[in-house]
Design a protein around this ligand. Structure first.
Ligand code: GTP
Length: 598
């Protein structure tokens, strides 16, 4: 299409404010997908996305819209991930657009990721169209939300679109606003090809497929192209657009958005944020903003059954084909045997991957508590990047340790300022500033160690604010901290997979609470099991799991056989997530107990 008749836009929102539902209505209204074929949230293609109602990967869909001016427009709608783990993908999707529809739930108002996404859209110089959604709900309060958008985000909201993804009200108004307010793309059709990759994935039949925005020039089947950051070259096998079913095209022209089949076998060669150009006669200057994504959270994954080590490795290989943010290396634990240390973008990413490993690959896994990457500066001048507490050198060899910090933004009603203060200070947070976005919403900024955040912080924040708080964060860099490794001993032996790194001032409390928790979690065995928490050789606390009373089963003999079977079945089910360590049976829960310590 000619540039004047193209609009590229994203829908951005806080999680659950309804952008996927709105996207569905757009597909319906433009006749792209008939109502009959409409599967709820068509754009969320992964099973887990659909089940959890979250968008993980970005998607792009092209629709033809005949506007009230009688002209037909090509609208490229890019659905962005809503979760904070995936903000880099959001930022790249936005870079592919000229405008964004900012969706705000009429009952919830502005929340943390509304602010974060709006900021990102402003930084990308996008035209922002505010849309107040879910106006069908009785609790909808568009006036309050309008005020929050204006006061809190400095976005004029008099003309905010009022809509309901549920009833379809206002969806046409939204598209008219897109056509009239969002600028058409600019770019030079005669210049050499430059295209931005804003998503890529591995397709078993066609190799790596990338979603791209053509900035200059055009992209055609049969062209030889090069990715500037990775240097990978590919012969383009197909280009096209999604409606949302893929439709091959002769060419993707300047300003357009579409998919490209590269035939490459490894998704790490086609990275989000990279620039595609021609292998011959292309450009050397990349589009701005490319960044390597780095895992932030690490966990040990061990097969419950040692025979599943190879299948686990194959499964990780398969998943990482499609996910350059997923990194892993073999790990050996005395307690758990052979497994892998796996790095993730965040906790949601971790949960999704773990669930896919278990569900799609039929693996039974034991996960150790997540930890972060620590930088250890040794007295001999060496520095180490630790991904696992087990690798921590002896205290005598350590000069100092640094840990990752986040800038966290918390939005809450004013009544909860005290509760958030208490919780966040207890988590070693440093208060930065606070301001009122509106009379009903306060924005607090904090610096907080990532290691504290992954310890159940968000759940605690939610429960101490009756669910009102919303949270957004970004990486703020490394800072020195007084950190020590806390060991957990069972029957006098340190269990490497249970050790963790903690601030020195908290070691005693965490050790005490954890040994108490473990006492409840570890089932009685045939013998007594002492549980100890220790730093170096110094024991901080001790609990004991008493020995099992004898003859649990004997009582059932002769009498009720079905009761005995039930008991055995119960034991078997309980065993599923148990691992025997030494001669002690330790359930999965024990490893996660570390995360729930206050
Ligand atoms: P993420 O992709 O996870 O960020 O969520 P989302 O913003 O795409 O939200 P989604 O479309 O999945 O909607 C969240 C929930 O709100 C779902 O339960 C929807 O059914 C519901 N919902 C969405 N739009 C409306 C609406 O206009 N009215 C009402 N009543 N409910 C809505």
């Amino acid at each position: 299409a000619d540039l004047e008749h193209i609009r590229n836009f994203s829908i951005i929102a806080h999680i659950d404010h309804g952008k996927s539902t709105l996207s569905d209505r757009v597909l319906e209204l433009t006749g792209t997908v008939s109502k009959r074929d409409m599967q709820a949230q068509l754009l969320d293609t992964m099973d887990i996305e659909r089940e959890r109602g979250i968008t993980i990967k970005s998607q792009a869909v092209r629709v033809e819209y005949v506007a009230e001016d009688g002209q037909s427009y090509q609208l490229n709608l890019i659905d962005t991930p809503g979760h904070v783990d995936f903000t880099y993908e959001v930022s790249r999707s936005l870079a592919a657009c000229e405008g964004a529809v900012l969706v705000v739930d009429a009952t919830q108002g502005v929340e943390a990721q509304t602010v974060a996404n709006a900021m990102m859209a402003m930084n990308a110089d996008l035209e922002i169209i505010p849309l107040i959604n879910k106006i069908d709900l009785p609790a909808a309060d568009p006036d309050r939300v309008r005020a929050e958008i204006e006061d809190g985000l400095a976005i004029p909201a008099d003309d905010a679109v009022l809509a309901s993804g549920k009833t379809g009200a206002g969806v046409r108004d939204m598209l008219e606003a897109v056509v009239y307010n969002i600028p058409a793309p600019t770019g030079n059709p005669d210049a050499p090809l430059r295209a931005l990759i804003f998503d890529s994935y591995f397709d078993a039949y066609r190799g790596v497929v990338a979603l791209v925005r053509i900035v200059d020039g055009a992209l055609k089947k049969g062209q030889r192209v090069r990715m500037l950051a990775t240097g990978a070259e590919a012969l383009i096998e197909e280009v096209g657009a999604r409606h949302p079913v893929e439709e091959p095209l002769d060419v993707l022209g300047t300003g357009e958005v579409g998919y490209v089949v590269t035939g490459l076998k490894d998704v790490s060669q086609v990275k989000v944020g990279d620039t595609v150009t021609l292998a011959q006669g292309g450009v050397d200057e990349a589009l701005p903003g490319y960044r390597e994504v780095k895992p932030m959270v690490f966990t040990g994954l061990f097969p419950i059954d040692g025979d599943q080590y190879e299948p686990l490795k194959e499964a990780l290989e398969k998943l990482s084909l499609n996910d350059p943010a997923l990194v892993w290396e073999p790990e050996k634990s005395h307690a758990l045997g052979f497994g892998f240390r796996v790095g993730f973008l965040g906790l949601l990413h971790m949960e999704v991957i773990k669930e896919r490993l278990e569900r799609e690959f039929g693996l039974d896994l034991l996960a150790t508590a997540p930890s972060v990457e620590y930088h250890v500066f040794k007295t001999n001048g060496e520095t180490l990047s630790l991904h696992s507490p087990q690798e921590m050198p002896d205290p005598g060899e350590i000069d100092h340790v640094e840990e990752p910090y986040l800038k966290a933004k918390i939005l809450i009603p004013p009544d909860y300022v005290g509760a958030v203060m208490d919780l966040t200070v207890a988590r070693r947070g440093t208060f930065v500033t606070m301001n009122y976005l509106s009379p009903t919403t306060v924005e607090m900024l904090w610096e907080i160690p990532l290691s504290e955040l992954i310890m159940d912080y968000f759940d605690k924040l939610k429960s101490s604010t009756k669910g009102y708080a919303s949270l957004d964060y970004e990486f703020a860099g490394y800072k020195p901290s007084q950190l020590v490794k806390l060991d957990i001993l069972l029957s006098g032996k340190p269990i490497d997979a249970l050790s963790f790194i903690v601030h020195r001032d908290k070691a005693y409390d965490r050790g005490r609470i954890l040994t108490e928790k473990l006492k409840e979690i570890i089932p009685r065995q045939m013998f007594e099991v002492p549980i100890q928490a220790a730093i170096g050789g110094r024991v901080l606390s001790r609990q004991t799991v008493k020995a099992k009373r004898k003859d649990v089963l004997a009582k059932c003999y002769g009498g009720d056989i079905s009761r005995k079977r039930k008991l055995l079945e119960k034991q078997k089910a309980g065993k599923k997530r148990m691992k025997s360590i030494g001669n002690v049976e330790v359930p999965q829960e024990a490893f996660m107990a570390i995360l729930k310590v206050d």
